[in-house]
Design a binder for this molecule. Sequence first.
Ligand SMILES: NC(=O)c1ccc[n+]([C@@H]2O[C@H](COP(=O)([O-])OP(=O)(O)OC[C@H]3O[C@@H](n4cnc5c(N)ncnc54)[C@H](O)[C@@H]3O)[C@@H](O)[C@H]2O)c1
Ligand SMILES: O=C(O)C(=O)C[C@]1(C(=O)O)C=C[C@@H](O)C=C1
Length: 391
Amino acid sequence: MGEIFKDDDAAAATSAVTASSAVPTAATYLNGPILVIGTGLLGASVGLGLSRAGLDVRLQDPSPSAQQIAQDVGAGTILKSGETLSPELVVCAAPPDVTAAAVAQALKDYPHAVVVDIASVKSSILNTLLADDSLTAEQLTRYVGTHPMSGREKSGPAAARGELFVANPWVITAHDTASERAIRTARSLVADLGGVPTYMDPLSHDHAVALVSHMPQITASLLASRLLNAESTQLALAGNGLRDTTRIAASDPRLWIQILAHNAPQIVGHLEGMREDIDRLISTLHHPEANGALLDLAELFGEGNAGHARIPGKHGAPPQSFAVVTVLVDDKPGQIARLLKDVGDANINLEDLRMDHASGRPVGMVEISVLPGKEAELEAVLQKLKWRVVK
Ligand SMILES: NC(=O)c1ccc[n+]([C@@H]2O[C@H](COP(=O)([O-])OP(=O)(O)OC[C@H]3O[C@@H](n4cnc5c(N)ncnc54)[C@H](O)[C@@H]3O)[C@@H](O)[C@H]2O)c1
Ligand SMILES: O=C(O)C(=O)C[C@]1(C(=O)O)C=C[C@@H](O)C=C1
C-alpha cells in the first residue's frame, strides 16, 4: 500500500475537528455525501463529527427512533425511502452479527461507493464476505474493514459524541484485494474524525483487541458482578478504585455477547492465563504466613506495574505520566466551564480531566492532568484567580 497521506495529516484534521462548529470547513479529505447505516452510538458519532466538519451526511437505521434521534442530535439527515443517493462512502455501523449482511447490501446498492464497517471484530466479518457468492470481485475491492478504538459504556444515538475518535487509534484492516481508492477513502474518514490510522491484518487485529479491549470488558463485568449481593453499607464505601475498574461493566450486553462470540478463540488463551494467576493468588492467600508467600504477592503486583507501564500515551506516544493539579469546585452551574476557560487562558495544555463528587457534599474535586513541569505554573495561576487548589 502506497503513502497516502503525509504524517501530519491526521493531526491537521484533528485540529480541524476539535476547532469545528456548525460552520462548514473546507479542510476535509472526504467530499461526501456519506451514508451512515446504523445510527446508534458509533454511527451517530461518526455522523456528528463529519457533519460538524461540513460534510453532507445521510442516515439510515431499521429503528425509526434511532434514525430520528441521530438526526436530532445533528448527525445528518435521514435518507428518505426511495430517495436516490450516490455516496462517496457508506459507513456500516450496525451490530457485529449483522454487519457482513449490511456491508454486502451496501456494496450492491451503491455501485460507486467505498463501503467500510466499524465493527469491533474483523476476521469473522471479512470471512463471511469472502464466502458470499452473491458478491463480485469488483464489489469486494470497494470494501475495507475498520475499527475505531473509541467508544463509551453507553449505546444509542443520544450518547453520540462528534469528538469521540479524536487522538485514538482507528484500525484499518484492508484485505488483499481492497483497492487503493477504498483504502484512501477509509483513511480520509479516520483523518476527518481526528483518529490515528493504524494498519493491521484482520486476524492480528482480533488478537490485539482480545487482550486490550475484550479482556478489560470481561474482567470489569466479572468484578462488578461480585457486587450483586453486597450490603448497601458496603457499597456506600465505594471509591475511585471500584469506579475506575468497573466503568465499562455498564456496557450493553447485547453488543458484548456478539463481540465475544465472534472473537472467542482469541480470548480463551488470555482467560486461561488469568485463571492460572488467580489460582496462584488463591493458594498464596490461603497461607500468607508461608515462606515465599509475600514475595509471590510482590511479584504479582510488580508484573501488574510493569504491564500498566507499557500502555502507550496519546497518539501512540510512549507511556507518559502526567502531573495532576487538584481543584475543589462548588457544586454550582458553570463552575467547570469557568475553570476550563481559566486553564485555557493560562495557555497550558490540558491532557486529561477527571471529576469526582463526594456524595451528599456541595463540592466536587477536579483533577487536571498537565505535562510534568507545568503543574506549579498552573497552580499559581489558579490560586491567583481564587480557585481552591488542593496541595
Ligand atoms: N460501543 C462502542 O464502544 C464501540 C466502539 C467501537 C466500535 N463499535 C462497533 O460499532 C457498531 C455499533 O455499535 P454501537 O455501540 O453504536 O451500538 P448501538 O446499539 O448504539 O447502535 C447499533 C445500531 O445499529 C442498528 N441496527 C441493528 N440492526 C441493523 C441492521 N441490520 N442494519 C443496520 N443497522 C442496524 C440499531 O438499530 C442501532 O441503532 C458495532 O459493530 C460495534 O462492535 C462499538
Ligand atoms: O471506552 C470504552 O467505553 C470502551 O469500551 C471502548 C472500546 C475499548 O475497549 O477501548 C470498547 C469496544 C470497542 O470495540 C472499542 C473501544
